[in-house]
Design a protein around this ligand. Structure first.
Ligand SMILES: [Zn+2]
Length: 303
């Protein structure tokens, strides 16, 4: 299993918020909308590249990453329905995955945990051992692939495959590795009928313009071999965009909740709602005046 933070009850959340002190981002009053909404089992929320530092006041490129993550959480809480799950797709930590980064991240993600289970993946700015230690209860459930956290979970209309592409902390490229690719091939072969969405932090090396997966090619072979694979969702490039792979698999590049690499690109979160024959992705920019804010990308599954 990957690290999945179970949903928090109202009572658990309030207790944890009280223990964490009076931090404004955690004050129950600022999360009044968190409880009692109905759930849409086809809707999922994606956060990526949160880059939260131990010091919640730290700025990078003029952006307060902690404030941005909290703001995305509030927006999700204000959404008309609760999502089936939230996926935070790597680069949770600021730079090199310090234990205190994960402590701050954990506090900021608590309000989100009142909405739905939260699945966490790792990027090149994370440190696996520190991350596992920060969430010890959940880390105990790992090890479908040795030293990695790969998992599959099912929803009504798709199976979700969460991969671990962290190779070496602070080195830009990522790698899935032979063992994880073999695991993925077996898990896909065991689930041939339902659409499959694959999620990893790193981009394919041929897409996105910055150094991505060193072993893109064998992953792309799996796209070709397993026709139920319909979409690949990734972060890493801090550059929201959607395109289609030569095999017909949709490639969804998530925006960061933190800072962008190129001025003018949006940051924020993404809503994904599954249909029977496809999915709809919507950018929720933190700047509601951004030209791409609320842009909906309806994607049909390949045959
Ligand atoms: Zn990043």
């Amino acid at each position: 299993m990957p690290i999945t933070l179970p949903q928090l009850s109202r009572r658990e959340f309030l207790k944890r918020a009280a223990l964490a002190g009076a931090a404004a981002t955690l004050a129950p009053s600022s999360h009044a909308g968190l409880f009692g909404k109905s759930r849409d089992r086809h809707t999922f929320a994606f956060f990526s590249d949160t880059h939260v530092a131990a010091n919640a006041a730290l700025l990078n490129s003029g952006i307060n990453m902690a404030d941005n993550l909290a703001a995305c959480g509030r927006e999700l809480a204000a959404w008309p329905v609760k999502p089936a799950a939230v996926i935070v797709n790597g680069d949770l930590a600021f730079k090199n995955g310090q234990p205190e980064d994960y402590a701050t991240f954990g506090r900021l993600i608590d309000p989100v945990r009142t909405l739905a289970p939260v699945h966490l993946s790792l990027g090149n700015h994370d440190e696996r051992e520190n991350f596992w230690k920060a969430f010890p209860h959940d880390a105990a459930k790992l090890k479908s692939v040795p030293s990695r956290q790969a998992a599959v979970f099912a929803s009504d209309r798709a199976n979700w495959f969460l991969l671990d592409s962290l190779d070496v902390t602070l080195q830009t490229p990522g790698e899935l590795g032979a063992a994880q690719l073999e695991w993925l091939a077996l898990e896909l072969a065991a689930r041939p009928h339902k659409p499959a969405v694959i999620v990893a932090h790193h981009n394919l090396n041929t897409v996105g313009g910055i150094s991505g997966l060193k072993d893109s090619a064998p992953l792309e072979e799996l796209f070709a071999q397993h026709r139920q694979v319909k979409a690949f969702v990734f972060g890493h490039t801090h550059n929201w965009h959607v395109e289609t792979h030569a095999t017909g698999v949709h490639l969804i590049n998530l925006p960061p909740t933190g800072y962008v690499f190129t001025k003018g690109r949006p940051n924020g979160w993404v809503r994904a709602t599954l249909a029977r024959d496809g999915v709809e992705f919507e950018l929720r920019s933190l700047d509601p005046k951004h030209a791409e804010h609320a842009q909906v990308k309806p994607l049909k599954w390949r045959a």
